[in-house]
Design a protein around this ligand. Structure first.
Ligand code: ATP
Ligand code: MG
Length: 658
């Protein structure tokens, strides 16, 4: 071999803005000097830099060429391929190169500094503590560049600095540093300021703590002042006993006040969601205060997870948000393994819940039900027949009850739902259009007997946003989901909890948050979204519901489902008719009238319409469903059956357009 080329396997995973360096070796086994070139071809070429483009290699030697792979910060994620082409003495060698540029997850860092002395003399060193907290979706924050300076408050003069250092952290990194003050430092108030540059120097965090510099020894100064003042003597003899009891009382009072405050700390009022925008609604009060807690419904497009122990108020909190969604004339689709969400169709009559009305500025007049339809899913396959676009109706909710399904079927149903939504074509939207609720999703987790159907939720969380579809999942545990859905679910609602979730909270936000969650009462939980309160959670007391918190009565439910079944079949029929080119506008209008009656609970009227319409269209299976239920038989998916008998391929006969 006159010439040899040696290169590593060039197949890297890299983030925009990041760089990787590797080397290529070229050996000249000839006697004379040979000259060569190195270039890149293919889409990868823009991100490759060579130490030199042309070179010479003396006979019998090897040359090492450094190559840097560096996608620009603005490079779109994707796979970039190409060849590195090296020539030497007329011989050409191609090296395949691949770079998978991945989406850079945005890191979020909080920095906190604490001065460990509050008074100090010139020439002494100030000890201080720095805490770095990873608040973002990334597992680690690398390359955090820290700078420290002491600044006099008056005049902002920097009087001391430390050399900058670079650190990395996973959850929390806490350490101590010391900084020496110059001998000639003037007395006055100063701050120690820590700045952190991170995320490839694109982001910035800052914290400062104040302390005082005095020129005479502090104790001496104080003593002198005290004993040269006549009042001291007066205090010693007359006021001291009074002061003793007074301060005892005061300190108790302060402690209580502090406890109350801790209840809602740390809180940057300015950085919580604020009222004003049409998408902002009131969901309760900031816990421990009388101030309203606002929530931006548009944040639901980046999805929400509501977690907490059983009975902590998860479903109710999610329902409060859902009530507000409906009041804003947006639509909701609920997948409900408990049938509790059917209560939306009835006004609240629960006295216990009403007891809290006054505290939240509500009265009995505010009680209301919402418009909606209920369908029962009895088989995961049912999902493939649903045209979800039909159920996007302003101000209305559609509940698909899943309580007849086994855990395995529930799992499959969730997968089918997500697949079905992806199958349909959606228009892009900027704000929230429809909220999709999945209650009791912990049942999808393997440790609850699930088959891991929650993984499908991850894809949904990533893609649904652009269509204005927000997902709200409700789960007894959060940690396991967080892993799967990572940075794609931005709002967390954490109600009272125990176990692993508390440990997660402790690690992420500190002891205070964890302790507080442990003793949280029903209906109180924290909200967290990196957009607000500097990424820290804030506690909210959710308001009571205005619709019924309970599942509808079995009897009502049976009627809803029976009539819902007829509606569903008529819809299928209409789809078939359309496919055959038949005129459907009359039946559609009649169906709409019937649905309107059903939605408002006017069963008798709905029944009259539907029986008439169903009869004419040859739909009788709804009645079959009713009789099956009456006889207490296991339901046999009558809707599917009635269709299956006639024509097998009807699943695909869904209307493609409206
Ligand atoms: N904000 C609230 N105001 C008043 N009462 C509430 C509130 N939240 C919850 N409750 C009460 O607590 C009960 C349990 O709440 P909820 O059904 O939401 O719990 P959950 O966490 O979903 O429980 P599960 O794990 O059983 O689903 C409610 O029926 C209601 O009585
Ligand atoms: Mg619940």
């Amino acid at each position: 071999m006159p010439y040899e080329f040696k290169a590593p396997i060039i197949d890297f995973v890299i983030y925009p803005g990041q760089s990787k360096v590797f080397t290529i070796e070229v050996t000249n086994n000839q006697n004379g000097t040979a000259s060569g070139t190195i270039t890149a071809e293919g889409p990868i070429w823009t991100m490759l830099e060579f130490q030199f483009g042309t070179f010479t290699v003396e006979g019998g030697t090897t040359k090492t060429i450094q190559v840097k792979l560096k996608p620009e910060a603005s490079t779109m994620p994707g796979i970039y391929t190409g060849d590195i082409v090296v020539t030497l003495g007329g011989m050409t060698h191609r090296i395949a190169a691949t770079a998978a540029v991945e989406l850079l997850e945005e890191a979020l860092l909080d920095v906190q500094v604490k001065a460990l002395k509050t008074q100090i003399h010139p020439g002494e060193t100030l000890p201080f503590e720095v805490a770095l907290i990873n608040m973002g979706a990334t597992d680690e924050v690398d390359d955090v560049i820290l700078n420290y300076s002491v600044i006099m408050i008056e005049g902002s003069e920097v009087i001391a600095t430390l050399a900058s250092e670079t650190v990395a952290l996973q959850d929390i990194n806490k350490f101590r540093r010391e900084i020496e003050l110059p001998d000639n430092a003037k007395s006055g108030r100063y701050i120690i300021e820590v700045t952190a540059n991170y995320w490839h120097t694109r982001k910035y965090a800052l914290s400062s703590a104040s302390f005082e510099v005095t020129t005479i020894p502090a104790p001496l100064l104080a003593l002198k002042k005290v004993f040269t003042w006549w009042g001291t003597w007066l205090i010693l003899f007359f006021l001291a006993p009074g002061a003793y009891f007074g301060t005892r009382y005061l300190s108790k009072f302060m402690k209580r006040k502090e406890e109350k405050q801790r209840y809602s700390l740390p809180l940057s009022w300015d950085e919580l969601p604020k009222e004003g925008a049409p998408s902002v609604v009131k969901v309760g009060k900031v816990a421990g205060t009388d101030k309203p807690a606002w929530f931006d419904l548009d944040d639901l497009t980046t999805h929400a997870i509501v977690a907490g122990a059983t009975g902590s108020g998860k479903t109710v909190s999610a329902m409060v948000i859902a009530e507000e969604v409906l009041k804003k004339e947006l639509s909701i689709i609920v997948f409900d393994p408990t049938a509790q969400w059917t209560g939306f169709l009835a006004p609240n009559k629960d006295e216990k819940m009403m007891k809290n009305y006054e505290a939240f500025g509500l009265s009995k007049e505010d009680v209301q039900s919402f418009k909606g339809l209920i369908f029962e899913i009895r088989d995961p396959e049912d999902i493939t027949r649903i045209d979800f676009k039909n159920w996007i109706r302003p101000g209305e909710l559609t509940v698909f009850t899943l309580n007849k399904l086994t855990t395995g079927q529930f799992d499959q149903t969730v997968r089918n739902i997500i697949a079905r939504i992806f199958e349909q074509t959606w228009e892009e939207a900027s704000g929230l259009k429809t909220l999709i609720v999945f209650d009791e999703v912990h049942r999808l987790l393997e440790k609850y007997g699930g088959l891991g159907g929650y993984v499908a939720l991850e894809k949904a969380a990533r893609e649904f946003r652009k269509w204005g579809l927000g997902i709200m999942v409700i789960s007894q545990v959060l940690s396991d989901f967080k892993e799967a859905v990572k940075g794609n679910v931005l709002t967390e609602v954490q109600m009272h909890s125990k176990g692993t979730d508390i440990e997660r909270v402790r690690k992420k936000y500190g002891d205070e948050f964890a302790e507080r969650l442990l003793r949280q009462e029903v209906g109180v939980g924290f909200l967290q979204n990196p957009r607000y309160n500097r990424g820290k959670p804030w506690f909210v007391h959710f308001r009571p519901l205005i619709h019924s918190p309970h599942k509808l009565l079995e009897e009502e439910l049976a009627t809803y489902k029976r009539l819902g079944d007829i509606v569903w079949q008529i819809r299928d029929k209409i789809a078939d008719m359309k496919e055959k080119g038949q005129e459907t506008s009359d039946v559609e209008l009649e169906l709409k009238l019937a649905e309107d009656k059903l939605k408002t609970g006017a069963f008798r009227m709905a029944e009259i319409y539907l029986d008439g319409l169903g009869g004419r269209m040859g739909v009788t299976a709804g009645k079959l469903a009713a009789s099956a239920e009456k006889e207490g038989e296991a339901p046999k998916k009558p809707a599917v059956k009635s269709k299956g008998g006639g024509k097998g391929g009807s699943t695909k006969a869904k209307p493609k357009k409206k």
